[in-house]
Design a binder for this molecule. Structure first.
Ligand code: GUN
Length: 288
């Protein structure tokens, strides 16, 4: 018997249905939730992500505004656009797709977004709010991973969670969310010797490095929950994660859980962006 699958598509569908209901309530009160998406340059993966985000907004009745900007765009111009969106009361969420072209300072760009519209949760004000346990936007990918744990009835309290990866987008906020949920958290990264020695102790493994085959079958404990945030291509060009899916699924046994790639974390990341955007619109409507 192999580990059970955490179905990201089904959970994302349920989440979108909830958001659609909240959107209908806002519409009835005269607020159309709106997300502005800024795409700078023509990174192929970013184009796909952005297209999905816009389609997701439509699917729940939200308005989206997509600006496709040239790779040569100057930083002053980008910051001016963001400031204009900050001042636009029909825009509740602002998302700048990353990565940005190298001549742009991503952190400075993100910090120009009004924290109340930072639905990615990347602004230092939101990162800091997470750090100290205050309300704020949580980054969509780790927030979606927490929803997945909840959906399978996995309470992190007292469990050992091993997060592999320390990015600002996934690894660090993931560790904070798990800590807030009372897990004992270990963060591993590229300079960690003998990664398996850590992951084999884990009740929960979150793999967020971007390297296929990173988590092999002999690196997990039977009965653990394995969440694969990786987005890679195999030799045949097929999408795959950081986890050796078939081998690890077998090694986890019938009491374990694993997310597939595709159909795991990705759909939940998209769904959580909608959750954050409707929340931003609710907050704006409450103070209007
Ligand atoms: N690039 C990769 N992931 C993300 C994300 O969650 N948000 C944004 N804005 N860009 C990304």
């Amino acid at each position: 018997m192999t580990a059970q699958l955490i179905d990201g598509n089904a959970l994302a569908r349920r989440t979108r249905d909830e958001v659609a209901g909240q959107v209908r309530t806002l519409l009835a009160r005269g607020t159309i939730p709106g997300l502005a998406v800024l795409l700078v340059g023509d990174d192929p993966a970013s184009q796909v992500y952005v297209r999905h985000k816009v389609a997701d907004c439509e699917s729940v009745g939200m308005r989206s505004m997509l600006a496709r900007l040239p790779a040569t765009l100057g930083e002053a111009e980008l910051l001016a656009r963001i400031r204009a969106l900050n001042d636009d009361s029909t825009v509740h969420g602002i998302l700048v797709q990353l990565p940005l072209p190298r001549h742009l300072d991503a952190q400075r760009v993100i910090e120009t977004i009004d924290p109340a519209k930072d639905v990615d949760g990347f602004h230092v004000a939101n990162a800091g709010a997470l750090m100290v346990g205050r309300a704020g936007f949580r980054p969509c990918t780790p927030w979606g991973c927490m929803r997945m744990l909840e959906a399978i009835g996995c309470d992190p309290r007292g469990k050992h969670a091993v997060v592999v990866g320390r990015s600002n987008i996934v690894g660090k906020p993931m560790a904070m969310l798990l800590l807030q949920a009372h897990a004992t958290v270990t963060v591993c990264h590229s300079a960690t010797p003998d990664l398996g020695a850590f992951t084999r102790q884990a009740d929960i493994v979150v793999a967020a490095v971007g390297r296929r085959g990173l988590i092999a079958a002999d690196m997990v404990k039977p009965g653990a929950v394995v969440i694969d945030v990786g987005m890679n291509r195999d030799d045949a060009g097929k999408l795959c994660g950081d986890v050796d899916f078939a081998g690890v699924r077998e090694a986890l046994g019938p009491d374990g859980w694993i997310t597939p790639v595709p159909g795991g974390v990705g759909p939940m990341t998209r769904a959580m962006l909608l959750v954050n955007t409707v929340q931003a619109a609710q907050a704006a409507a409450a103070v209007a």
